[in-house]
Design a protein around this ligand. Structure first.
Ligand code: ARG
Length: 281
């Protein structure tokens, strides 16, 4: 009888360690959906500002319990999307590229966030020439930036960011209106690892992502649809919407510690974990 040997393939499991981040968040005190600038927003659907506050507070506490430092910017009445701090600016090496919003409804958030930076000792601040929606569309991977365009950030902003930060910027084109910011379709996991939803990108950008990250975690349409990619990773812990269960399992297999967060109220405005989080370091 011929003996059969089964070879079990062991993918090396990198040792993951958490880094401590300095984060900026904005309490959803005036949260509401009063206009529609992405397909998730329906002004006719009721929102619950109290529930939004509780869910947001849970996220803030979770960051603190994981050893991160969370600063808060005062919310302004009449700016219901200000809770999405990721859009407020892009910060790299202490340099701040201000945000310039695509839609009139959010325009005033740009200067509001820049004031916060001026008051908190950030000296190298640039008021941008081109439309860009901060860390919603700019994500740092190691010593380079991935930059979204297609719905919000103007592709001309990519050159402006590259010149200002002195880091290579790779532009990626988003094509599905449900994933209108880069941070809704892709999350950074380490200096050379990302997870993303391929169908959110143009064919050319999908090819670029395969070239740069051949081993990336690919999200299913289901996990992408519950905003599973709108996640924050500190090197070990990955905070992501709790409904993204398959994605959490994929992360676990790669040695990460996924932590499901429930932010259902904020999802009514088309935002979740990462949207609420502006990384200052
Ligand atoms: N309602 C907001 C908008 O459409 C949601 C922003 C979400 N933020 C993010 N970083 N993806 O602009």
């Amino acid at each position: 009888m011929a003996a059969t040997t089964t070879t079990v393939e062991h993918t090396p499991r990198p040792e993951r360690t958490a880094a401590s981040y300095r984060l900026l968040m904005c309490r959803p005190q005036y949260f509401d959906v009063t206009y529609r600038i992405n397909p998730w927003m329906n002004p006719d659907k009721p929102t619950d500002a109290g529930a939004a506050l509780l869910q947001w507070e849970q996220l803030r506490r979770l960051y603190l319990s994981l050893g991160h430092r969370v600063e808060v910017i005062e919310p302004l009445r009449g700016l219901p999307d200000m809770v999405f701090a990721a859009n407020g600016a892009t910060v790299v090496d202490g340099k701040v590229l201000g945000a310039r919003f695509r839609h009139r409804e959010r325009t005033a958030e740009g200067p509001a966030y820049l004031d916060w930076f001026a008051e908190h000792g950030f000296a190298d601040v640039l008021w941008p020439e081109h439309i860009n929606e901060g860390e919603g569309d700019y994500l740092r991977v190691g010593r380079r930036l991935l930059a979204g365009t297609g719905f919000r950030t103007d592709a001309r902003s990519h050159a402006e960011a590259q010149e200002f930060f002195g880091l290579p910027v790779t532009g990626l084109t988003l094509v599905d209106p449900n994933f209108y910011h880069l941070d809704t379709a892709l999350a950074v996991l380490s200096p050379d690892e990302v997870m993303y939803y391929p169908a959110a990108f143009s064919p050319g950008s999908q090819a670029v992502l395969r070239e740069m990250f051949p081993d990336a975690i690919l999200a299913s349409p289901q996990d992408a649809a519950v905003f599973g990619l709108n996640a924050f990773c500190d090197g070990l812990n990955v905070l992501l919407p709790q409904a993204a269960t398959a994605l959490a399992e994929q992360l676990r297999q790669r040695g990460f510690n996924p932590i499901g967060v429930s932010l259902g109220e904020l999802l009514k405005a088309g935002g979740s974990v990462k949207c609420c989080t502006l990384a200052l370091s």
